[in-house]
Design a protein around this ligand. Structure first.
Ligand code: SF4
Length: 195
């Protein structure tokens, strides 16, 4: 259990760095997210690794709600992310219910670099930002020849260095959260047996 806690602490530090890197890039490039926008979170298929959900799982365990959350996750019918809390009728506005513990992938929402088939650097920009900030989008895409944006694969690689086994597979966020909770509950059970 102690090892899991140490890994989670290291990941939280890395998560902060990742969040600052991507929001810094978005601010510099004026690729601003619409205030209160929750469109990214409407997609239930966004994937994370079990490792990315480990800090949340440990937090829920400490709060004494690991089992109940696991049960709710297992029963959840996906129409958006399990953790999304919509605040408008069309569900397009809302917020993340686990914001401090959101996985790294969610810290890269908005605008992030990736490599194309030929190894070229490309920019993934969300459709809402594309609609709201067309001039900034063109400028950011033109800048790719002189500036490499934060690259998703580099940050994913840094995360996997913390624990290869727990980060080797990506799955929908709710499944990754459930797997992380199962891991924590199993470790806690064995730790209790050892006392
Ligand atoms: S974890 Fe939070 S930020 Fe990530 S998709 Fe779900 S609700 Fe959105």
């Amino acid at each position: 259990m102690q090892q899991l806690c140490e890994t989670a602490s290291q990941l939280m530090i890395l998560n902060d760095e990742i969040a600052q890197t991507y929001s810094g890039y978005q601010n510099d490039r004026k690729l601003f997210c619409r205030s209160g926008c929750g469109e990214c979170c409407l997609h239930p298929g966004i994937e994370a690794s079990v490792l990315e959900m480990l800090p949340l799982a440990l937090h829920l365990y400490e709060q004494g709600i690991a089992e109940s959350t696991l049960e709710a996750l297992q029963q959840h019918q996906q129409e958006s992310c399990f953790f999304y809390q919509a605040s408008s009728e069309d569900r397009k506005s809302g917020h993340c219910g686990i914001y401090p513990y959101r996985p790294a992938v969610c810290r890269m929402f908005g605008a992030a670099g990736y490599r194309g088939r030929e190894g070229e650097v490309l920019l993934s920009i969300c459709k809402v930002i594309r609609a709201d900030e067309p001039a900034a989008v063109i400028a950011a895409e033109l800048s790719l020849t002189i500036e490499v944006p934060p690259m998703m694969m580099n940050h994913k690689a840094k995360i996997s260095q913390l624990d290869y086994e727990l980060s080797k597979q990506n799955m929908p966020i709710k499944d990754a959260a459930a797997a992380a909770l199962e891991k924590v509950l199993t470790k806690a059970w064995y730790a209790g047996m050892a006392v």
